[in-house]
Design a protein around this ligand. Structure first.
Ligand SMILES: [Zn+2]
Length: 365
């Protein structure tokens, strides 16, 4: 598993560099083709090609489909390996994309390998889909992954687990971005202050109102992460803008937040508000993963493994599949830490058990 991980990680695959990503896609495809099944590189114009691997039951007709989902793109640009090489120290493997989420792809490959070696009969068709743009919003791959999810009875997402105990992610917040733009009226601060409508002042009041919508207990957050406006101090600014990060654990809270944003009215009667954007990824609600998690837990118990769960604030492609009403279990990938940072790593010793857990899930689903 470690040798395969090394091959995947040393093929750098930044989301925004198609040529490099395509090479990585080829490396993963080559590894997969050793295990039979149908290997398809689905060509993309601007992003790395998508990789779909299909394994059907050999004897019977498939009684459904299971989707095993993940992404091979990383947030690291080409050349990162020079300052952050793939290296093994003790029981830990370091390198860009080890944890998020190439070790997850390795685990899925070895889960398949284990099923084949033990001649475990498949009841359902297995579709492994490795995408290339999850780290940049999944715009190119979303259609295909949603189409595969619709055909599936369950989706297993090989995104990293959480924390040193490798908790599965049974709930994920929905995530969005909105822009709040205030249009005021410019004027000279000395000659005609009464004629101006200060867009910055209006924006500040709106943000103070919006701040009150945060509800940490319910998992609702709204964060103004960026503001701009004005030109110079002796000009009453005619325009100001804030970019907001929106998150919610429940679909109803997501809708509510969007409604409230659209319903904002200016404090100053002469000002005008413009609101764009909203949620990109709906929440992955726990009820969409509860049954799958219970099964994973009972399998883990038989393996003498303790398996916990958690809710996280970040989204993944599992948010899309769960929103379609397809049971989705996320965080089945590697155990480790430091995603998107120089210290990104996985615990090597946890990889075989996680692969075995996935194999058992796939053979009993
Ligand atoms: Zn990821």
């Amino acid at each position: 598993m470690l040798a395969t991980l090394r091959r995947f990680v040393t093929a750098e695959s930044p989301s925004l560099e198609k040529a490099a990503a395509d090479r990585c896609c080829g490396v993963i495809a080559e590894e997969w083709s050793k295990h039979g099944g149908r290997v398809e590189c689905i060509a993309q114009k601007h992003r790395g090609d998508l990789l779909r691997l299909t394994h059907a039951p050999s004897k019977s007709r498939p009684s459904g489909q299971l989707l095993i989902l993940g992404h091979y793109d990383t947030v690291y640009s080409t050349g990162t390996l020079a300052k952050m090489p793939f290296r093994v120290k003790g029981g830990t493997a370091y390198g860009p994309g080890t944890f998020d989420m190439k070790a997850g792809i390795v685990q899925a490959l070895f889960a398949l390998h284990a099923l084949q070696q033990t001649e475990t009969p498949l009841r359902k068709r297995l579709v492994f889909l490795w995408t290339s743009d999850e780290e940049v919003g999944s715009e190119a791959s979303r259609k295909l992954l949603e189409a595969e999810a619709r055909r599936s009875d369950a989706v297993f997402v090989l995104e990293p687990s959480f924390g040193p105990r490798g908790l599965l992610k049974t709930a994920r917040k929905g995530v969005g971005e909105a822009k709040l733009i205030v249009h005021g009226r410019a004027s000279h601060t000395g000659l005609a202050p009464q004629e101006g409508i200060n867009a910055i002042h209006e924006l500040a009041r709106q943000l103070a109102r919006i701040e009150g919508w945060n509800d940490f207990r319910r998992g609702v957050t709204i964060n103004a992460g960026l503001i701009e406006g004005g030109t110079r101090t002796n000009v009453i600014p005619e325009r100001a803008r804030a970019v907001l990060d929106l998150r919610a654990l429940r679909v109803s809270d997501m809708r509510n937040l969007e409604r409230r944003l659209q319903a904002l009215r200016p404090f100053h009667r002469g000002a005008r508000l413009e609101i764009t954007g909203g949620f990109d990824r709906p929440p992955l609600e726990r009820k969409m993963s509860a049954a799958l998690f219970a099964r994973a837990q009972s399998i883990a118990k038989q393996m003498n493994l303790s398996l916990g769960e958690c809710a996280v604030g970040g989204g993944s492609d599992g948010n899309f599949t769960a929103a379609l009403g397809v049971p989705t279990l996320d965080g089945l990938g590697a155990v480790g830490d430091g995603a998107h940072s120089l210290r990104e790593h996985v615990l090597i010793g946890a990889m075989p058990a996680r692969a075995a857990l996935l194999a058992a899930l796939l053979s009993t689903a």
